[in-house]
Design a protein around this ligand. Structure first.
Ligand code: SAM
Length: 276
């Protein structure tokens, strides 16, 4: 008796707006597999039609994932190849698919990514905020009390924070961030990325709040909200040291001004003035 070879689950990223952003490998995979598990089959139909992909679709969303995952794992175990897609971007990133991937792995089935668009990464790549380390927070709680609590917990985070937000809450959310992080904290609002009305507002949280209030269009569409981490203490000391040094330098010789500025702020004297 020949042994049945297990299939493979392909986790395939789809565009976040611009339909051209579907990789060649994603197209080939979606054409080849026996079945595509999609978050919303009606939503994905136009994308698949555009690329001439006629593979059968089944729905896999938060309400049926628990049961459907087991059924799909059964098919994978019989040797089928199945692709998982969500409405936009990378499945599992604030999207369904976690249970299916976990169940497939638990059953010893190979799971492979076909990477592509992800709104968080696209936003981070253009925001101009530190991206060597960052924290993906996804959606904040919808209720104001819980949201403020979560933001308060994040106020001391020094890495760049990345949030997803929907159009009907972006204004309140930025207002709560001003309270939690301060109006001068660096921030970027990336709206409708890859789409016709793509807009990126950068500056600090006060700038974002002003721009959203001044232009109602800035509240429309889909958003990634990025907030710079709390300035590292050493950086803050140095910035303050430079400020105080510049003030003292108007009245004192540079070496004396640097010595005093260093004593007042705790910044390293040599970083303020490399004199003799
Ligand atoms: N899985 C997706 C991904 O890889 O980015 C995210 C899905 S999540 C349900 C949808 C959220 O992603 C939106 O509310 C918005 O915060 C963000 N988003 C999706 N597309 C976007 C776009 N084109 N521009 C800005 N944000 C977007």
């Amino acid at each position: 008796m020949t042994q049945q070879q297990a299939g493979r689950l392909w986790v395939v990223a789809t565009p976040i707006g611009n339909l051209d952003d579907l990789s060649l490998r994603a197209q080939e995979t979606l054409k080849r597999v026996a079945l595509i598990a999609a978050e919303d089959t009606r939503h994905s139909a136009p994308l698949l039609a555009r690329y001439g992909i006629s593979t059968r679709l089944v729905a896999l969303h938060e309400h049926n994932e628990r049961d459907e995952a087991q059924r799909l794992v059964g098919r994978l175990a019989e040797g089928e190849e199945i692709a998982l897609i969500s409405d936009a971007g990378t499945p599992l990133i604030s999207d369904p698919g976690f249970r299916l991937v976990r169940a497939a792995r638990a059953a010893g089935i190979a799971v492979s990514p076909v990477p592509g668009a992800c709104a968080a990464i696209a936003a981070l790549s253009i925001a101009g905020l530190p991206s060597d380390r960052f924290v993906f927070e996804g959606f904040l709680p919808a209720k104001s009390g819980a949201r403020r609590e979560r933001l308060a917990e994040l106020a001391a985070e020094t890495r760049t924070l990345v949030f997803y937000e929907s159009s009907h809450r972006v204004r309140e959310c930025v207002a709560d961030m001003v309270l939690a992080f301060g109006a001068t904290r660096a921030a970027v609002l990336a709206r409708e990325l890859t789409k016709l009305f793509e807009t990126v507002i950068d500056g600090d949280l006060a700038t974002l709040a002003e721009r959203i209030t001044a232009d109602a269009n800035q509240e429309r569409g889909e958003f990634v909200l990025l907030v710079g981490g709390r300035p590292d203490d050493e950086d803050a000391r140095l910035a303050e040291g430079r400020r105080v040094f510049a003030l003292l330098r108007e009245e004192l010789p540079p070496a004396r001004a640097a010595k005093l500025a260093a004593a007042i702020t705790g910044a390293a004297r040599k970083a303020l003035y490399k004199g003799d």
